[in-house]
Ligand binder design. Structure first.
Ligand code: 5GP
Length: 206
């Protein structure tokens, strides 16, 4: 599948700072839009339907899977999550760039469908720091933290299958790194050809 817009996929273990980094990136870049996923998990805290996620039941989720509504979906920490076609197709067809904040299983599925998708993995600077960040959140039970740490080892091992790696040691540096990846991707020949087809045609470029 090919659209004029670029597709960025960001994955990370829980606690690596993915959501804050993506939020900062979006604030700096008006051409970039985040996709709102569907999930079967219940809303947490201040989360609102249609803002952080589309919250649906597990049965509704499975009906959507059967209907082919998702580009990708996966079970993460016991809940179902998926990227709907509707969430990204129209924007990318329009030439806007979309960022998906999803888990590594979803990221690898997206790469199969969209080989030009740019896969970015966010790493914590160390296991100790990851654990401290999970502890600092203050909303997670010790047993859950241990589970997250065990999951993180599985997730981090997938970084080698991604195109780019950003180490989130210093937040501002990591935001700059993300911004650089997005910028460089937009300047690639193939991306420019998709995005600026009129210029390429006018210059008789293949
Ligand atoms: P949380 O429940 O903490 O918001 O998210 C749990 C994990 O699910 C995170 O790694 C998040 O990136 C991932 N996730 C969120 N939306 C999607 C999605 O649409 N597809 C997949 N595969 N993972 C998702």
């Amino acid at each position: 599948m090919e659209y004029p817009g670029n597709l960025f996929v960001v994955a990370a273990p829980s606690g690596a700072g993915k959501s804050s980094l993506v939020k900062a990136l979006l604030e700096l870049d008006s051409k970039l839009d985040v996709s709102i996923s569907h999930t079967s998990r219940a809303p947490r805290g201040q989360e609102q339907n249609g803002r952080e996620y589309w919250f649906i039941t597990a049965d509704e989720f499975r009906a959507k899977v059967a209907h082919g509504d998702f580009f990708e979906w996966a079970e993460v920490h016991g809940n179902l999550y998926g990227t709907s076609r509707a969430a990204i197709e129209a924007r990318m067809a329009h030439g806007d760039d979309v960022v998906l904040e999803i888990d590594f299983q979803g990221a690898l599925q997206i790469k199969q469908l969209f080989p030009y998708a740019v896969l970015i993995f966010i790493l914590p600077p160390s296991w100790d720091e990851l654990k401290q960040r999970l502890n600092r959140r203050g909303d997670t039970e010790p047993a859950v933290i241990e589970t997250r740490m065990a999951n993180a080892r599985v997730e981090v091992a997938q970084a080698q299958n991604f195109d780019f790696v950003v180490v989130n040691a210093v937040f501002d540096t990591a935001v700059f790194d993300l911004k650089s990846i997005v910028h460089a991707q937009r300047l690639k020949y193939a991306a420019q050809r998709r995005n600026r087809s009129a210029v390429f045609r006018a210059l008789d470029l293949p």
